[in-house]
Design a protein. Structure first.
Lengths: 260, 189
């Protein structure tokens, strides 16, 4: 990490990029000495491209055209078809709690964010990056290490207070996504009955990829009481969940990764 | 823009959950800056290399604010830092005023205070006062500030979990930190 205010770290970032897009911010931190900066720019271009095709805020996106019936699914791009098929699978697996159709409109954004970050991470790897962390809107995908012998340190913010992190996870190759009830109240609803998902104040998934972590965090929060157990039953998924009484429940993989 | 945008990650200034956009719709300028760093050591007062900045290639807009166009930032960073530096620190002590970022609805500017080489405070010098911006000011700024202060002490690389963000805030903060780093470099050099 570059220019830390209290720079005790042994290695600085070799390349860093931040950009505003998709209504949020992406930060990319690459620690490889031989990093090609173009890889970071390409990764952001990948996100822009995905945003153009998937945004529900753009009238000309494939998703908007699909929603209006102007585009048939079989004429959509392979990426769009892949995402919508995955959304349908997740809907079935979550018992309907996760649904890419909200209020009658197609909105796969609960799946797209993590998936998009994974595609950007793919672009970084293709560009030769091996040790990097990418944060898209509070969802983080890590590769390699922050420094030789040191895993990345990913903080999970407390739902009450951005000054506090609930826990810090040491992650080498993996992804961390958090869904929760923040200051502005519920933003996830259970698609089965439209009620606010409020059984858990914060729900974090640690998984091998961010597509899984992000979509399961959303789906598990929507499922309610059994959400964390449901997600933890998935292959390679660990869960940390904070309940209404501020009790933190963690699976063994979280406990093992926890450093603070 | 004197843009060495790197510390944003260091400070954990990340993002707003995409789902939150539903409640909080804003037009933001698109800013991309890729910056190589020359130093790989802890003795931080390292070099600042050139940055490439591409602006406003696209704008993330949404319903309510859809007609608001993003504007380019104005690099008018000023520094009032007096530097009493500690060796090995990245930033020289003092107060630094960041870039005044012109938004369609007003100007956004922050000031950082460095003490003992660390960021100890981030204050808002100037902010737009329309209704939309007031919601940014009351929610986003305190959070971003708190995150910045928390992340540097917690040795965290990234923060997971939705947070508010303001590109204008981070742009201005970055400029202030760049000045603090430059002041430290002068002292060290």
């Amino acid at each position: 990490m570059p220019r830390l205010p209290n720079s005790r770290r042994p290695v600085s970032a070799m390349a860093y990029l931040t950009a505003a897009l998709m209504g949020t911010t992406v930060s990319i931190d690459v620690r490889d000495e031989d990093v090609d900066r173009a890889a970071l720019v390409i990764a952001v271009e990948v996100l822009h491209d995905i945003d153009e095709r998937f945004s529900t805020y753009r009238d000309d996106s494939e998703i908007s055209r699909l929603d209006r019936g102007e585009l048939a699914l079989h004429d959509a791009s392979a990426d769009v078809r892949e995402v919508l098929v995955a959304c349908a699978r997740l809907k079935a697996e979550s018992g309907g709690a996760f649904d890419a159709y909200r209020d009658g409109h197609l909105d796969p954004s609960g799946y797209v964010k993590g998936w998009a970050a994974d595609r950007a991470a793919d672009a970084l790897r293709a560009g030769g990056a091996r040790n990097f962390a990418l944060n898209l809107g509070g969802d983080v995908v890590c590769s390699g290490e922050r420094a030789p012998g040191e895993p990345w340190r990913i903080g999970i913010r407390h739902p009450d207070d951005p000054r506090r992190v609930m826990l810090v996870l040491a992650v080498r190759n993996g992804a961390v996504a958090t869904s929760g009830l923040y200051e502005r109240g519920a933003h996830v609803t259970d698609a089965r009955d439209g009620t606010a998902a409020d059984a858990w104040r914060s729900l974090t998934i640690l998984a091998t990829d961010l597509t899984t972590a992000d979509s399961l965090a959303t789906a598990a929060l929507a499922r309610g009481t059994d959400g964390p157990a449901w997600a933890a039953a998935r292959m390679g998924c660990d869960v940390a969940a904070l309940d209404a009484d501020d009790r933190l429940f963690t699976t063994p993989g979280i406990t093992a990764a926890r450093v603070a | 823009m004197s843009s060495n945008i790197k510390p944003l990650v260091a400070l954990g200034l990340t993002a707003m959950g995409a789902a939150l956009v539903v409640n909080f719709k804003v037009a933001e300028p698109t800013t991309v800056a890729a910056v190589p760093t020359a130093s790989t050591t802890t003795s931080a007062a390292s070099t600042t290399t050139q940055a490439t900045t591409t602006q406003a290639t696209t704008s993330q807009t949404s319903t309510a604010q859809a007609t608001v166009a993003p504007t380019a930032t104005t690099p008018t960073s000023t520094s009032s830092g007096s530097s009493s530096s500690s060796s090995g620190a990245t930033y020289a002590d003092g107060s630094y005023t960041g870039t005044a970022v012109n938004e369609p609805w007003g100007t956004f500017q922050v000031q950082v205070t460095i003490s003992g080489g660390q960021v100890t405070a981030v204050t808002l010098v100037s902010a737009p006062t329309d209704r939309h911006s007031n919601s940014i000011n009351s929610y986003a700024v305190p959070q971003l500030t708190q995150e910045a202060l928390a992340a540097q002490s917690a040795q965290i690389d990234m923060v997971s979990g939705a947070t508010w963000t303001s590109q204008s805030y981070t742009t201005s903060l970055q400029a202030a930190l760049d000045d603090a780093a430059a002041a430290q470099q002068q002292t060290a050099g």
